[in-house]
Ligand binder design. Structure first.
Ligand code: ADP
Ligand code: MG
Length: 286
């Protein structure tokens, strides 16, 4: 992205918050290789909320693991605010789908949220304030002393979100975080994410296979092809900033956008290779 520099009247580059360039990941498996991600390139500007939607097995989790520095890519680069990611960066937080496994059952809600801050050696008074604010922002300030197993699935996922938020990350990555909760809870959690996003101004990359969720939540939707994965489309979601489950989902524009993404996903399922073959055959017939 460029903006004009009025003092010297020449364009200056603004560094994206997150930049993924030519990312490829090939897994070594017994007897061969699996190319999960082929060539992914996209940027997130500071403060954007972008949804990434793709069919199951299209490499979404693989991509997030590479972005968060938990796993090394085969080729390509990931940059966070202009610095190359080579291991888990302090200013990034991840919320996974399997909240059940990501919370420690022997620690209270407060203990779970506080843990990464303790590891970072944040002073006690500051830690307490950050945990209090995070629990309040996810609506769990009434159960700090409960244990995760005493809470519903939706509440457990709120604890995982609070833990990520307390950390005050610059970038929040979420991997299908609501796939395992019921529809009503899911709707509430979607609204919670938009509220937190607005409150904190954090940059969010939200991965989902749910088309409606991607359109409802995102300011932009990146559609992935099936594996080996490339970016199939990068779509701006021009819905009003104030969204609510009943009215936004009933808007004609919402329907248009979800139908468009649905058609893209259907096309994505054919995969880039199939498309290439079809194009080659068409060209040969001419
Ligand atoms: P998604 O999250 O979109 O469902 P994944 O990133 O989990 O997709 O998987 C993408 C592809 O990579 C799949 O074909 C999957 O089987 C393969 N894959 C994922 N993890 C591994 C692994 N650790 N070793 C080998 N293959 C893997
Ligand atoms: Mg996945």
């Amino acid at each position: 992205m460029t903006v004009s520099d009025t003092t010297v009247n020449r364009p200056v580059k603004t560094v994206p918050m997150l930049s993924v360039r030519g990312l490829q990941k090939i897994y070594k498996v017994p007897g061969g290789e699996v190319e999960a991600v082929r060539d992914l390139t996209f940027d997130l500007a500071e403060g954007e909320l972008v949804c990434l939607v793709g069919p199951s097995g299209s490499g979404k989790t693989t991509l997030l693991k590479c972005i968060s520095g938990l796993m090394e890519q085969t080729s390509g680069t990931v940059e966070l605010a202009g610095s190359k990611v080579t291991g888990p960066p302090k200013s990034m937080a991840v919320v996974f789908q399997e909240y059940g496994r990501s919370l420690f059952p022997w620690m209270t809600v407060r203990g779970n949220v506080e843990l990464p801050l303790k590891n970072q050696k944040v002073p006690k008074a500051e830690r307490t304030a950050l945990v209090d604010a995070a629990l309040k922002s996810v609506g769990l300030d009434h159960v700090p002393k409960s244990y995760p197993w005493q809470l519903s699935g939706g509440m457990q996922q709120r604890v995982a979100i609070a833990r990520a938020v307390a950390y005050r990350p610059q970038v929040l990555l979420m991997d299908e975080p609501f796939a395992a909760v019921d529809a009503q809870t899911r709707a509430d959690l979607e609204d919670l994410i938009r509220t937190i996003w607005k409150q904190l101004g954090v940059t969010i990359l939200f991965v989902t296979h749910d088309i409606d969720e991607s359109v409802y939540l995102g300011e932009r939707v990146i559609v992935l092809s099936s594996s080996p994965t490339v970016v199939q489309e990068d779509l701006k979601i021009d819905l009003p900033a104030e969204r609510d489950q009943l009215n936004t989902r009933a808007l004609p524009r919402f329907m248009e956008l979800r139908s468009h993404v649905y058609a893209e996903i259907q096309r994505a399922k054919l995969g880039p290779v199939t498309e290439q073959i079809t194009a080659q055959r068409k060209a040969a017939r001419k």
